[in-house]
Design a protein around this ligand. Structure first.
Ligand code: EPZ
Length: 424
């Protein structure tokens, strides 16, 4: 198993590029199941564990997936199965993204219910509600979602999500594009990853109005054709790299990012006293002498993203004063806090609200990753902790960050990947 060994104390500086977005790449790859023939080409697909898992799932269904560097070509002509097995779905809940395309194209799908994850239950009831609104019959049998629709296929319908949900919006879109008639989606997710999915679907011939707004209108078409598409950059990775600059008191420029996708995060950095300079595809962060405490509430886009909540908590351990962080998306996404406190932080938790007393001197020790963004948070803390920090179980980190130790070393960090054994 791998760990990262970090010697803290270096001010990071320099320029680093973000990779393609993981959370856009997954629905883009699922959408490549929709065309009956031809080969779709997706560029800027990051080399991550989750992407490899999703590729295996597509191949298990019968798609041909050829990856050459970050360019993926996917041919879904010979789909021979509509079953997404537990062995793959339990590794990655985003496997649920095959539900919409399989149902739309083949009239049925058998997808294992996803497991939970470190930050609590992650239901999929809204995915199922959306499929039913398009005429599907849903049954749960032996831990599998058995979705089917009559010979006429899916019919356009009116879907209204009670809460903003990225995944269910994506699944509803990929089902509606081939449904017979018009589908409306109210309270649709505004996330850039969903806008990218809409763009790709339109490139394939889908008819979608309102991308990037809470109201989508999809006019179903008979078939979609294969297409080419360049993935957007990973805004969460970019924000994590900027946080590495801020927590070490350095100056970091992240290229290959759309600043417009990070407005709420950049505003929060400015509230801490960081100077932010943006260009069309880059953001430069200059740290202040003293970081000011800054409260944030994690909410759906375009507000502050829950996927940056853990990283922000790490940063606030170094800020002057007490900060309040609330996560309104995932109420239990705080498994990183006990590990931060073991590094010397002073953080209290009350339901979905964390109170961070800063600044606190952190001292390196061995800490355990529990999920993707928690592991990023512990790496950030290690960059500023005195002495050596070992972050264990970084397979969590490898799910969503491409060569993170290489990128951080390029900015001057003393960080190395090492193998280790865990005692039973
Ligand atoms: C996506 O997950 C991201 N994953 C998550 O990123 C991200 O944290 C999340 O969106 C919120 O932005 C991918 O894109 C692969 P949701 P998703 O449906 O689609 C509730 C990371 O770190 N909900 O927007 O699963 C749900 O419990 C990962 O990269 C239902 O109640 O999230 C949550 O409270 C972690 N029923 C809220 O909605 C449903 O059917 C938002 O979830 C679906 C969701």
């Amino acid at each position: 198993m791998d760990k990262l060994v970090i010697r803290g104390g270096t001010k990071l500086g320099g320029t680093v590029h973000a990779s393609g977005s993981k959370n856009a790449a997954l629905p883009l790859m699922a959408a490549a199941l929709l065309p009956e023939n031809g080969r779709s080409t997706l560029r800027r697909i990051p080399d991550l564990k989750d992407i490899r898992t999703f590729s295996m799932l597509l191949e298990q269904l019968g798609a041909a997936v050829d990856a050459n560097g970050g360019v993926f070509s996917i041919n879904a002509e010979n789909i021979r199965s509509v079953r997404a097995p537990y062995e793959l779905v339990k590794q990655m809940r985003a496997s649920i993204y095959v539900l919409g395309p399989l149902l739309a194209r083949f009239g049925h799908a058998s997808v294992s219910l996803p497991g939970g994850c470190a930050f609590g239950p992650r239901p999929i009831d809204l995915h199922l509600m959306a499929m039913e609104k398009l005429g599907a019959t849903i049954a749960i049998d032996k831990g599998y979602i058995e979705a089917s629709v009559g010979p006429g296929g899916l019919k356009g319908g009116d879907i209204e999500f009670p809460i903003s949900t990225v995944g269910a919006t994506g699944n509803a879109l990929m089902a509606a594009v081939l449904a017979d008639g018009v589908t409306t989606i109210k309270n649709a997710s505004l996330e850039p990853e969903i806008v990218a999915l809409c763009d790709f679907l339109e490139t394939m011939g889908a008819e979608i109005e309102g991308a990037g707004t809470p109201s989508l209108r999809i006019t179903g078409v008979k078939r979609l054709h294969a297409a080419e598409f360049s993935n957007i950059f990973d805004r969460i990775e970019a924000a994590t790299l900027l946080t590495a600059g801020a927590i070490t008191g350095g100056e970091v420029c992240v290229t290959a990012v759309d600043p417009a996708h990070l407005t709420a995060v950049l505003r929060a950095f400015e509230q801490t006293g960081c100077e932010i300079v943006t260009d069309t595809e880059s953001v430069t962060l200059r740290s202040p002498e003293v970081l000011r405490r800054t409260d944030i509430i994690a909410n759906p886009y375009p507000l502050f993203p829950t996927d940056m909540q853990a990283q922000w908590i790490a940063l606030m351990t170094q800020a002057e004063g007490t900060s309040e962080i609330i996560d309104k998306v995932y109420h239990e996404r705080f498994k990183h806090i006990p590990e931060l406190n073991r590094l010397g932080a002073h953080i209290e938790i009350n339901d979905n609200e964390a109170t961070i007393h800063g600044p606190r001197k952190l001292t390196g020790t061995t800490v355990m990753s529990t999920d993707l963004r928690a592991s990023a948070c512990l790496v950030l803390a290690g960059l500023v902790a005195e002495g050596e920090t070992e972050v264990l179980r970084i397979y969590h980190l490898d799910r969503g960050y491409e060569q993170i130790e290489k990128k951080l070393s390029g900015l001057g960090a003393d960080i190395k990947r090492r193998q280790y054994q865990e005692f039973a």
